[in-house]
Write a protein that binds this ligand. Structure first.
Ligand SMILES: [Zn+2]
Length: 382
């Protein structure tokens, strides 16, 4: 047995921990860039906690584009920023990670981007980056890649480097208390997918298994509860923890076919990542179980799907197929639509399946799915 585990230097979790921000960043210098989403309220709160620092605010709406990052890097350099804070959802945190990494590395962003750029590795550590998630879903606070959109190429690609891992992940569940239901659903289903895929991944290891086993039951008992009552703060806390564990698990054990699909679909049709994952999850689980029973009946992943079935349903007799049935029921209860509602033309199924087959996430799927199997998943989820 051998594995590696990459995690931030420090993870701080708990209700009210945002108040500790000033103390946590005291070694990072006194010029901060605060990256935030459309609404600057949270960034203003963060600013108030950094009385010792000069701060500048930088807004990123939606998923960051190459231009957003380039402008942010320029601004960080001109203001001689010494550390970067991202406070927001996954896109905001990814932008903060990318900006902090590129400020210290010469050249332009395309030198380092995969697929559409030159794919060079970052050679220097970035500025210290503090990631403060305000959703419970993406786990971006503990991962080492940033998803960047290229408007010119109509594609989303990753900037990847061990240097993009935030120095501090500060997860304060209180920041998720006011999330609207549709964001709670989309990000919560992403968290669930990011706990199930690493547990059955071909790259799973005992440390990530432990994280998934702690995380899955928390989503099982808390996601529907928190959608029903956003003020259920105990359930909010469980979702925030599950999301953190999912991020740690995926960063170290990889994902699977759900994310293999979600990448190209998001790039081609600009869909919500979490919702896309949530729609596909029951169908991919079902297809994986059938393929494993047919071609790899002794696979350890089948036993893990049985385990997931038991955890989700709470029944000791449950089997793998009970997991996919439970996930289907959850989607019905949460009114999760089908793929057809995302305005994706049905003719694109072969193209999406072809891209998913080659996606890096798909490589960690517990069994290699054939092109017809990938297409059948999309057709079933339509
Ligand atoms: Zn995801």
């Amino acid at each position: 047995m051998s594995f590696e585990l990459s995690v931030p230097e420090k993870i701080v979790f708990g209700k009210g921990t945002l108040a500790r921000l000033g103390e946590l960043v005291s070694a990072f210098g006194n010029r901060a860039m605060i990256v935030h989403g459309a609404n600057p309220d949270r960034a203003r709160t963060v600013e108030g906690l950094l009385a010792q620092s000069t701060t500048c605010l930088y807004s990123v709406r939606n998923e960051p584009t190459i231009e957003d990052i380039a402008k942010g890097v320029e601004e960080a350099k001109s203001k001689q920023v010494s550390f970067v804070i991202g406070v927001g959802g996954g896109s905001v945190i990814d932008a903060a990670k990318a900006i902090s990494g590129l400020v210290t590395n010469a050249g332009e962003i395309l030198d380092y981007l995969e697929v559409i750029g030159r794919g060079n590795p970052l050679t220097k550590p970035g500025l210290p980056c503090v990631a403060i998630p305000t959703t419970a879903g993406t786990g971006a606070e503990v991962t080492k890649n940033a998803v960047i959109a290229s408007l010119e190429h109509q594609i989303k690609v990753s900037l990847r480097s061990p240097f993009l891992l935030p120095r501090i992940a500060l997860v304060d569940p209180e920041l998720t208390y006011s999330l609207p239901a549709h964001v709670t659903i989309a990000t919560g289903l992403d968290a669930l997918t990011q706990l199930i895929e690493p547990l059955v991944s071909s790259r799973a290891n005992p440390a990530t298994d432990g994280l998934c086993r702690e995380g899955i039951p928390r989503v099982a008992r808390s996601l529907a509860a928190v959608v029903q009552n956003g003020k259920n703060f105990a359930a909010r806390e469980e979702m925030a923890l599950a999301s953190l564990f999912g991020g740690l698990a995926l960063a170290n054990a990889g994902l699977g076919a759900v994310h293999g699909f979600a990448g190209p679909i998001g790039g081609m049709f600009n869909t919500s990542h979490g919702l896309t994952c949530g729609i596909l999850l029951p169908f991919v689980v079902d297809a994986n179980i059938r393929a494993l029973r047919l071609r790899a009946p002794d696979s350890i992943a089948l036993g893990r799907y049985d385990e997931i079935g038991r955890v989700l349903t709470g029944s000791p007799q449950a089997l793998a197929t009970d997991a996919s049935a439970w996930l289907t029921d959850l989607n019905k209860a949460l009114n999760v639509p089908k793929l057809s509602s995302l305005n994706i033309p049905k003719e694109s199924i072969p193209e999406i399946a072809g891209k998913a087959a080659k996606a890096s996430s798909t490589k960690a799927n517990p069994i290699e799915l054939t092109l017809p199997e990938l297409q059948a998943i999309l057709e079933a989820a339509w």
